[in-house]
Design a protein around this ligand. Sequence first.
Ligand SMILES: [Zn+2]
Length: 386
Amino acid sequence: MTSYQKFLQVGIALDPIHVGAGGAHIGRVDLTIVRDPVTRIPKIPGSSLAGVYRTYVAMHYEEDRQLKLQQGQQSEQQSEQQSKTRKKPYFPDCAGLGLDQKNGHCRYPNCPVCTVFGFAAGAGQEGGFAGLAAFTDAHVLLFPVPTREGPKWVTSPMALRQIGLKVQGVDDNAVYMEKSSYYKLNLGWLLLPVRECDQISKIKKKRFRNLWGLGYTSDTSGTLDTSGTPDTSGIPDIFSCIPNNLALVPDRLFSHIVNSNLEVRTSVSINPETGAAEEGALFSYEALPRWTVLVWEIICKNPKYFKVRGQDIQVTMDGGGEMDTPKKVCQVAAKAHPYMEYLGIGGMGTRGMGRVKVVYSGDPDSGQSIDSIDCTSPPSQGGDRS
Ligand SMILES: [Zn+2]
């Protein structure tokens, strides 16, 4: 029996995403986003993800509870039904910090929100619970960049490591693509020679088919057949276009390309009395652009190893059965995914920002070995290398 398991999640930004670093900065933009301190690549902190997941999972179970209450009132055996439905609301009580003694976290061992996300020790009450699910930061996997050949999704060996791909030979200041080209390619303002890496088509077929949810089917022919896939509605053709427009660059260029192609918006405050722009209230903010592909992990502990306030964890799953494995803990957390697609993550949600569609919610350890990609040019083509 495993004590924990990691579940890889892949999401695509349907809107620009702004997770603010907090405070104003002197520089190109006023409101900056969170970055990795070492690579300087923007990211979404795991703490932000955990908060979003908690809120949306609580919303899901509250909707479910309301539905059961309504059904109970209509039903013949009203009293029996109602006794099965809990009185305390999941939302907003079990969402948030939950420090309020009366309206805070319920702390029940059968609460899917409090067991999966944990709860704080309330005032005058004994210890809290750390929660069964932990969230890593969400990192950029593929970053959309305008080129003269249309949008390309840029990635690097470091970024591909996150989905179990080991890439070698991406050493030159060049962009590595499926086919080489005589002409240089512009990634934003950066003009780079194009090198061929025939291994990219392999990643496309093997890995991206899986991550795009296309791997849910038993079809292994390698074609982008979308029959029988999970819900990909709301994502236009761009979805299948991404794997055909991959561009691989060395790690040292990746951060520059990402940071010089972020979306920057400028807003101004409006004076309600005059209806005109407020003097000195112009501000700008940056965001990860739409169609950025992000990757993060949910690490789930085995519920059987833990007790909540001295009692065994006993959470009933939506389809019946108990939450008794790490995978089922992940399934409870994944109840947040449809909400992320509509309500979004991060700031500026009322200004058309933040919606993320999770396209893959799976298990990276389920028989997927580390694949190796070698982009080293063959000796015959090595003459032009500096
Ligand atoms: Zn609760």
